[in-house]
Design a binder for this molecule. Structure first.
Ligand code: AMP
Ligand code: ZN
Length: 365
């Protein structure tokens, strides 16, 4: 459907953030009208417990959606399109948002688009430029609490994962290391960034032998993959050693963050070299996902890509972490490509990027 003026209600519940957004599609423009986000507090638990996340979505979704409806007079004039994260993510969490969106679509008799969560992250910079840049093909590093992958996007529906983590995600490793170091908070990657910034003068006091995963091992030297599992174990081992004391924590924290990001950048560079022919048409690099808000990482990626003559962009921090705005935008791109989703679909917890349209439920105009 190529109607060019419509309102979109978008919902995201794939992990621990319950989010709703209202977007306004006008001729040549998409504007965010309102975004409401409610994040599960996991400080005490030290990590996301899936049943608690499910409970949180169940308690929050109707309340924040009603707030959005009331604030924008949607009871008089319902939105024209519903967009919702269908996967990947935690099945229980996904089902709350998907079922709720299906209910609204049924009640208002509006079309629904079931969006791939990572496609949302990946297309966010295009929302910020109204679909102008980056144009396809482009490269994206999706780096979050659940994913670490370098993706080559040839078109809206053609994405190839060139490099991904063989164990935990980068954000997960940062969170676990920060917790071992004694930091507290809901966003431990951010806490670690602030902590090492505050302690910059102290980081040189000691040299640590931070792991360099997938290097110097027979048959693994050239592996185009990320691996972050070793970092947490290293931090724990060092902190358990006799003689370790709290004054050493800032230098260890700094070097762990640097080691993790150096690994990311080294593997991105290696992957680009190994895929030279495939990516030579790309002039634009994007990093998105919660970890992409880290300034050390952005600085290092800028250096890496600018020396290759490529443009870099990073979504604003609020759009780097999980949000419903990206789901609304990706839904608009899919909808204007002629795709909607049946009302009888269920969530997809594992949904490879290369298989966005290879799942049931799509309706092609
Ligand atoms: P997401 O999964 O996209 O919601 O992002 C959450 C992940 O991003 C968590 O693992 C956070 O620790 C991480 N994160 C958020 N902000 C930062 C930051 N400034 N530096 C490093 N990691 C961050
Ligand atoms: Zn995400």
């Amino acid at each position: 459907m190529q109607q060019r003026q419509y309102k979109v209600l978008a919902i995201e519940t794939s992990c621990d953030d319950t989010c709703v957004a209202l977007l306004d599609r006008t001729e040549g423009d998409v504007k965010l009208v309102q975004h409401i986000k409610s994040t599960l507090d996991s400080v005490e638990q030290g990590g996301i417990v899936p049943t608690r996340a499910f409970d949180h979505h169940q308690r929050s979704i109707a309340r924040i959606t009603r707030e959005l409806i009331d604030h924008n007079g949607l009871q008089q004039q319902p939105p024209d399109l519903l967009c919702v994260t269908r996967g990947p993510g935690m099945k229980g969490s996904l089902s709350i948002g998907l079922d709720f969106a299906k209910g609204l679509a049924a009640a208002w008799r509006r079309p629904l688009v079931g969006v791939h969560h990572m496609l949302g992250h990946l297309l966010t910079p295009r929302f910020e430029t109204n679909g102008q840049t980056p144009s396809f093909p482009f490269l994206t590093l999706l780096i979050s609490g659940g994913h670490t992958m370098l993706v080559l996007s040839n078109s809206l529906l053609d994405h190839e994962v060139l490099c991904e983590s063989i164990d935990v995600a980068c954000g997960d490793a940062l969170d676990k290391c920060a917790r071992e170091l004694g930091l507290k908070g809901n966003n431990l990657g951010r806490e670690l960034e602030l902590f090492v910034q505050d302690n910059e003068a102290q980081w040189r006091t000691q040299e640590w032998h931070v792991p360099t995963p997938l290097y110097n091992k027979r048959g693994r030297v050239d592996l185009t993959a990320f691996a972050f599992g070793a970092f947490q174990g290293y931090v724990r081992k060092v902190m358990d050693q006799p003689g370790f004391n709290d004054t050493m924590i800032p230098s260890l924290g700094y070097q762990i963050q640097r080691g993790i990001f150096q690994h990311v950048v080294d593997k991105v560079e290696l992957t680009m070299e190994k895929n030279y022919d495939k990516i030579k048409g790309c002039t634009h690099f994007v990093a998105s996902g919660g970890v992409a808000s880290n300034s050390w990482l952005r600085r290092t990626l800028d250096e890496t890509f600018h020396k290759r003559g490529m443009t870099t962009s990073y979504p604003q921090v609020e759009l780097c972490t999980d949000n419903a705005v990206m789901i609304g935008w990706a839904g608009i791109e899919l909808y204007e490509h002629g795709l909607t989703t049946n009302l009888d679909v269920s969530p997809i917890s594992r949904w490879p990027m290369a298989e966005i349209t290879k799942v049931d439920g799509w309706v092609k105009e």
